[in-house]
Design a protein around this ligand. Sequence first.
Ligand SMILES: [Cu+2]
Length: 236
Amino acid sequence: MRKLTLAMTGLVSTVLLSGQAFANEQAGGNGLAVPNQSWEHLWHEVIVDITVIGIIMAVLAVVMLVKYKATSPDQVGTAKELSSVQSIAYALIPAAIFMADDFYLAANGWTVWNEYRRVPENAMEIKVTAFQWYFEFEYPDGTVTDKLVIPHNQPVVFRMTSEDVIHDFGLPGFRVKEDVMPGRITYIWINPVEIRETFVQCAEFCGQDHAQMSTSISVVPQAQFDIWLAKMAAEG
Ligand SMILES: [Cu+2]
């Protein structure tokens, strides 16, 4: 039993320590937090932890099954008498070990959530208005578009409202979504540290064409963005 306890403690410490890498705050090309990368790290951490804990439990179950298998159909087991202290300790100590990991993950969850809510001061503001069934975007210069192009390494905050029903501004590529409601202004921000093309998808059932309520979001070099915005403004 002592060996088993040692092995379990070892595995659990491995789980807890593997999280240390996560503790180093993720920084992008502009030195700011990158919430979607923090999200990815936390998700990876959760997967590793539940896998390790699952393996511990499965191994324990197999060991018990083999070790305490009945040798004849009428065999009745005997249980050692435990004192109250022993009974409570057997129940609480393993629970506390695994709960420590839960609390650790929950605390990291709050850290990631805070990153998603703390908008950097230099964020570019894009106003988002949701309609059945499309999104409309307004850039700081007043240009209105139906797709998003944003400059690389420029944090962007979306200030959002709806003209009709409840929608949800979903950015799967940035691991975030936020409800968009009539009569209210909600926000989210992203830090686009990678040049890439991804998409926006309404994530709240809003009627017949909800599933088609999507558009593109392209992260492009600043110079390319300036050209695009000037062109959109001229087309106005
Ligand atoms: Cu919608």
